[in-house]
Design a protein around this ligand. Structure first.
Ligand code: ADP
Length: 258
């Protein structure tokens, strides 16, 4: 609150980038990165005339390179992002060794964020999807305060502990005047592939109820599904690798279009 009460610093757009959509969550492990990766790919698949970028600023746990099977050490000061098909991707994960922890204090983290925001040559992008770290810390604040953001998508499971933090996330964006586009409820149901019985492992409608409380839209409702987990682990995001598969891709694509 102290930071907020001092007023917002002047925001500067990222050069060449028209719209920035941040994907955030209160807790880790709820599917934020999965949503960010698939949202970026779905946006691109939805309209091939649009140039899409994906920026992973999850400093301590960058998972985008693994989820997209990307490796490399892009340099930051020239025309330099990693190029995958028609998508531009930049991640903290390209700047550190895969199994090395980022053992940094706040100032170093901020300097890395500054580089990721200002020293990546995106060319011309219609949308930049930003995968935030979980929670409401320094990184989220400084991204929100430094660049104009079109809107935030908040991902949560229907579980109370996740929702509590998602609520805080939504409030943080309100405080820094970033419009919240809506909530994505993830892992809401698991259907047994054999007997077809549906189990709400993390609860049924929690994110829907939170959306109601906050006056927000539910942009998507994603089941807990083996294919999604496998697609992530093999670096072939579900929207990309199984574009024609069943209701599950429909759920992912529908929130991308919302
Ligand atoms: P976060 O970014 O919130 O920490 P991730 O997107 O990294 O979460 O997801 C955590 C783990 O859960 C990953 O291994 C991912 O593959 C898996 N996962 C996410 N959403 C689903 C889902 N709907 N069904 C199955 N696995 C999922």
């Amino acid at each position: 609150t102290q930071i907020m009460s001092r007023g917002l610093p002047k925001q500067k757009p990222i050069e060449g980038v028209k719209q920035v959509i941040v994907v955030a969550s209160g807790k880790g492990g709820v599917g934020k990165s999965t949503t960010a990766v698939n949202l970026a790919l779905a946006l691109a698949a939805n309209d091939s005339s649009k140039a899409i970028g994906l920026l992973d600023v999850d400093v301590y746990g960058p998972s985008v390179p693994k989820m997209m099977n990307l490796k490399g050490n892009p340099e930051l000061s020239q025309s330099n992002c990693t190029f995958i098909n028609t998508y531009w991707v930049m991640s903290m994960g390209f700047l550190v060794e895969e199994n090395e922890p980022v053992v940094w204090r706040g100032l170093m983290v901020m300097s890395a964020i500054e580089k990721l925001l200002r020293q990546v040559d995106w060319g011309q992008l219609d949308y930049l999807v930003v995968d935030m770290p979980p929670g409401t810390g320094d990184v989220q604040l400084s991204v929100s305060q430094n660049i104009p953001i079109t809107g935030a998508v908040i991902v949560s499971t229907p579980q109370d502990v996740a929702l509590m933090d998602a609520h805080k996330g939504a409030e943080m964006f309100r405080k820094v005047h970033v419009p919240v586009l809506g909530l994505v409820q993830n892992m809401s149901v698991f259907q047994c592939p054999k007997c077809k019985h549906k189990t709400h492992i993390f609860g049924a409608d929690g994110a829907r109820k939170l959306a109601q409380t906050l006056g927000l839209e539910v942009l998507g409702d994603i089941p807990l599904h083996l294919n999604i987990r496998e697609a992530s682990d093999t670096g072939q995001p579900i929207v990309f690798s199984q574009p024609e598969s069943d209701e599950l891709t429909a759920a992912l694509t529908s929130h991308a279009q919302a």
